[in-house]
Ligand binder design. Structure first.
Ligand code: NDP
Length: 384
C-alpha cells in the first residue's frame, strides 16, 4: 500500500530531502500535501513534479500566483495559517513529516496527532514548547511519533527490539558546530555568514545557528526527555566532531548501543516514513578501511552557555522550555538580520528566562501566552 505523506515545510531543507526520498520510492510513498511559508516558486515547482492533492502557502499574499500557476491541475490550493491548521486535520494523508521550522510548526503537528496521524517529527520545537501536552495527546490517540532528528532517530533505532529493558542513559552526540574550541573573545566578533557554515550538515538557517550556539543540543535534550520518557539526569551530551555516531543508548547492564553512518538526513527521514521496514538506499556508506578517528570530548559549558540555560529549562520544566524556545527564536532571527551579535543570543535568552513568570504546570493556553510574552520581551530587548 502506498503511504500518503503530508510534508509540512516542503520547501525547507528537511522538506526537500523528504521529496527526494519519495521520488526514490514512488511505489511506496506519495506526496499528498505540500506546504510553504513564502517560497511560492519552489512550491509550484514541487507541486508540478509531485502532483499532490493539496498545497498550502502560509503567506496569503502568495495565494493568487500559486493558484494561477496550478490552474491547469487538479491540485487544491489554500493559503494562510488557518488553512495550514485545517489541512493538518484532514484525512487525505497517513503520515505528516513535521518540517516547519520553529513554533509555527506546533499547531499543525498537534492537529495531526489529534486526528490520529503518524508523525515523523523534525520540528523539535513542538516538543520543547509543550512536550507534556503533545505526548499526552499522542498517548490518548495512540499516535506514533517517529523522530526525524538524527540524534533521536539514532536513539529510536537503538531501542528497537529492547522491549521493556531499562535505559540507564542516552548520550546525545553533538558536532560542536563551526566554533568548536573557540572562546568568547572570538565569538563576540562572529558574523552571520560564518555562523551559517556548518562543518558536517547542510540545514536551514535557524537550526544552523542553533548548532553554532549549541542551543540545538539543548533543544534536543528537552526533545529526548519527552520522546523517550527520560529523567533529565539520564541525558548526557558529548561532543563528537565527526558526526558519525548519531547518538547512543546505555542500558542498565552497562552495554552501549550506537547508531552510525555518514551524516545524511535522508536516512532518518526514510527510516521515519518506512518504519518498521528498512528500505534500500544509495546513500554514501561509512568506510572503515579509510583511516579516520572518532573522537569525543566534553562540551565547553563556560563558552557555550546556551547548553547551561537549556539544561536549566530541562530540569526545572513547566513553561521554562517554552520561554527559552521563544526567546531563542527571536534572538536567532535578529542575529540572522545582523541586528545583534552572536553572544547576544544567549544574553537575550537568559534575560527572558529571568523575566517571564514561571508556571509549574502550564495548560495549553499558558504555553501560548508564555510564548507570546517571551517573544514580546525578547523583542523589546533587541528593539525589533
Ligand atoms: P528550513 O528553514 O530549511 O525550512 C523550514 C520550512 O518551514 C520551509 O518550508 C518554510 O517555508 C516553512 N516555514 C517557515 N516559517 C513558517 C511559518 N511561519 N509558517 C509556515 N511555514 C513556515 O528548516 P529545516 O528544514 O532546516 O528545519 C525544519 C525543522 O526540522 C526545524 O525544526 C529543525 O530544527 C528540524 N531539523 C532540521 C534538520 C536539518 O537537517 N535541516 C535536522 C534535524 C531537525 P519557506 O521555504 O516558504 O520559507
Amino acid at each position: 500500500m502506498v503511504k500518503r505523506i503530508a510534508i509540512f515545510g516542503s520547501t525547507g531543507s528537511i522538506g526537500k530531502q523528504t521529496l527526494e526520498v519519495i521520488a526514490e520510492h514512488k511505489d511506496k510513498f506519495s506526496a499528498e500535501v505540500l506546504t510553504a511559508y513564502t517560497n511560492e516558486k519552489l512550491l509550484i515547482e514541487q507541486a508540478l513534479k509531485f502532483n499532490p492533492n493539496i498545497v498550502v502557502i502560509a503567506d496569503e499574499k502568495k495565494y493568487e500566483v500559486l493558484k494561477d500557476a496550478l490552474s491547469n491541475t487538479q491540485i487544491k490550493v489554500f493559503a494562510g495559517e488557518k488553512a495550514l491548521n485545517e489541512v493538518a486535520l484532514m484525512n487525505c494523508y497517513d503520515i505528516m513529516i513535521a518540517a516547519i521550522v520553529g513554533y509555527a510548526g506546533f499547531q499543525p503537528t498537534l492537529n495531526a496527532i489529534e486526528t490520529g496521524k503518524t508523525v515523523g517529527l523534525a520540528n523539535k520545537e513542538t516538543l520543547v514548547v509543550a512536550g507534556d501536552i503533545v505526548m499526552q495527546k499522542a498517548f490518548e490517540k495512540k499516535v506514533a511519533i517517529i523522530p526525524v532528528d538524527s540524534e533521536h532517530s539514532a536513539i529510536f533505532q537503538c531501542l528497537v527490539g529492547e522491549g521493556r529493558n531499562k535505559i540507564e542513559k542516552v548520550i546525545l552526540t553533538a558536532s560542536g558546530g563551526p566554533f568548536l574550541g573557540k572562546k568568547p573573545n572570538f565569538l563576540v566578533n562572529v558574523k552571520r555568514d560564518h555562523a551559517l557554515q556548518h562543518p558536517n550538515w547542510s540545514m536551514g538557517a535557524k537550526i544552523t545557528i542553533d548548532s553554532a550556539t549549541l542551543m540545538n543540543k539543548g533543544l534536543e535534550m528537552i526533545e529526548a526527555k519527552w520522546l523517550f520518557s527520560l529523567q533529565p539526569q539520564q541525558i548526557q551530551v558529548v561532543i563528537h566532531p565527526q558526526s558519525i555516531i548519531h547518538s547512543m543508548v546505555q542500558f542498565e547492564d552497562g552495554s552501549i548501543k550506537a547508531q552510525m553512518g555518514l551524516p545524511d538526513m535522508k536516512l532518518p527521514i526514510q527510516y521515519a516514513i518506512s518504519f518498521p521496514q528498512r528500505l534500500t538506499s544509495n546513500f554514501p556508506r561509512y568506510d572503515f578501511k579509510r583511516p579516520s578517528s572518532l573522537t569525543f570530548e566534553e562540551p565547553d559549558l563556560r563558552t557555550f552557555r546556551n547548553l547551561v540555560l537549556a539544561s536549566e529549562a530541562l530540569f526545572k520544566g513547566g513553561n521554562l522550555p517554552c520561554i527559552l524556545n521563544a526567546a531563542n527564536e527571536v534572538a536567532v532571527f535578529a542575529f540572522l538580520r545582523n541586528r545583534i551579535g552572536f553572544l547576544d543570543i544567549t544574553a537575550v535568552v537568559e534575560k527572558t528566562m529571568e523575566k517571564i513568570s514561571f508556571i509549574e504546570k502550564p495548560t495549553l493556553d499558558d504555553y501560548l501566552e508564555s510564548d507570546a510574552e517571551s517573544r514580546n520581551f525578547a523583542a523589546s530587548l533587541i528593539q525589533l
